[in-house]
Write a protein of this length. Structure first.
Length: 192
């Protein structure tokens, strides 16, 4: 049985999780923060070492918009040698915010409907080319990396995005050094 799962949710919704871990409980701990840091991992380490009270597993739900690199490396150590009675559920807006080493330890649970259901994306598609470029420029200027990444993710899974663009986005959009602004400008051009 796998012990660590990855859920993609643009609005930090826990509705896509199994029903028995959607709410905190005796053996279910939720960590819901904007930025998951090293102190959060230390607390998680302590809690994960305690045996479950009722259930066969203690479940830990980590819901965050971002995770610091230090926290990801520390979390990786927990996932490499997890307590035998612990399960982890990581909920993030997009998988490319995770380091590849951490990502490789998590089993992706497909929540495609949640990724596609993005009101900003639907509005972006109906904008004119000039309006699309203005939105991209504003997001880049405001350093809104979450919005840029969300738009790229939505473009990848939307059937109206031309296949060639999807291949390019899927290959380069998830890389840490890729210019999300430039990739979205490409999307702005090729969308119908």
């Amino acid at each position: 049985m796998h012990h660590a799962f990855l859920y993609i949710s643009s609005d930090s919704s826990l509705q896509t999780l199994p029903s028995d871990v959607q709410a905190p409980g005796t053996d279910v701990t939720h960590v819901n923060v904007a930025c998951f840091g090293i102190d959060d991992v230390r607390t998680l380490q302590q809690l994960a070492s305690v045996r479950p009270f009722v259930e066969p597993f203690r479940s830990f739900v980590i819901c965050a918009k971002t995770l610091t690199p230090q926290a990801q490396n520390a979390l990786l150590k927990i996932l490499e040698e997890p307590p035998h009675s612990a399960q982890f559920f990581v909920v993030v807006p997009h998988e490319n915010i995770l380091l590849p080493t951490l990502r490789s330890r998590l089993m992706l649970v497909d929540t495609l409907d949640d990724r596609v259901a993005n009101a900003d994306w639907e509005s972006f598609k109906t904008d004119t080319y000039t309006q699309r470029l203005a939105r991209i420029t504003k997001a880049a200027k405001d350093k809104d990396t979450v919005w840029l990444a969300d738009m790229l993710e939505a473009a990848i899974y939307d059937k109206s995005t031309p296949r060639r663009a999807v291949l390019l986005l899927d290959t380069h959009g998830r890389a840490s050094g890729a210019s999300k602004k430039m990739l979205l400008e490409l999307v702005a051009i090729v969308l119908p």
